[in-house]
Design a protein around this ligand. Structure first.
Ligand SMILES: Cc1cc2nc3c(=O)[nH]c(=O)nc-3n(C[C@H](O)[C@H](O)[C@H](O)COP(=O)(O)O)c2cc1C
Length: 193
């Protein structure tokens, strides 16, 4: 079987988790707006599917607006204690509503209420009213909230994945996988470090 970069990425995330790395699935997610102005933020990968990567996000946010205007994105994982980095180039889209609901229901209850109470990214005067509302809702609500209509998943379909591994002699291994057409095949080549 030829190597598949997403299976290797899964194995590297699992290795980071086993090594006790904090936030092993957290990753820098880079978007650009319609004018090509870039922005980056950390997100936490929820799934590595057969040909895509998935994380959750409010859909009114800057990252979601950027993706709607320009689907070309990048991801950068770095596990310093393992001497490993993975760079992914991908196209992004909003994923299925059913998956958003499934992943929303998996969140801790406090995190679900937080997504309802706080309009992430909107300017506010003070955190206290949000804290009061969060405390009130968690106290009085009989059931946890359901997935808000404008909260969802972003699904990233990679076109290139580079697995970088540090070597003691500084001749680090750089394996670049490039997707071949839409058939799901990948070519692999080695790059000089
Ligand atoms: C470790 C870590 C994990 C995070 N995970 C997520 C995530 O999975 N989804 C998300 O929308 N924001 C996550 N955030 C918050 C984002 O970094 C960011 O502040 C927020 O999504 C707003 O970004 P935007 O305004 O560029 O869209 C995380 C932050 C940190 C530090």
């Amino acid at each position: 079987m030829p190597a598949h970069p997403l299976r290797e990425l899964e194995a590297w995330i699992a290795a980071a988790r086993e090594a006790g790395v904090a936030h092993p699935a957290s990753v820098a997610f880079v978007t650009a707006d319609a004018e090509g102005r870039p922005s980056a933020r950390t997100v936490t990968l929820k799934r590595v599917d057969s040909e895509s990567l998935v994380f959750t996000s409010a859909l009114w946010t800057r990252k979601a607006r950027d993706v709607a205007a320009n689907p070309h994105v990048a991801l950068l994982f770095h596990w310093p204690s393992l001497g490993r980095q993975v760079h992914v180039t991908a196209t992004a889209r909003v994923g299925p509503r059913a998956l958003a609901e499934e992943l929303f229901d998996e969140r801790e209850e406090l995190h679900r209420w937080q997504a309802v109470v706080s309009r992430q990214g909107e300017p506010i005067e003070d955190l206290e009213p949000l804290r009061d509302r969060l405390a009130h809702l968690t106290r009085v609500a009989e059931t946890p909230p359901t997935c808000p209509p404008d909260w969802g998943v972003l699904e990233l379909v990679p076109s290139a994945v580079e697995l970088w591994e540090e070597a003691p002699d500084r001749l680090h291994e750089r394996r670049l996988f490039v997707r071949e057409g839409d058939a799901g095949g990948w070519t692999e080549r080695l790059l000089a470090p």
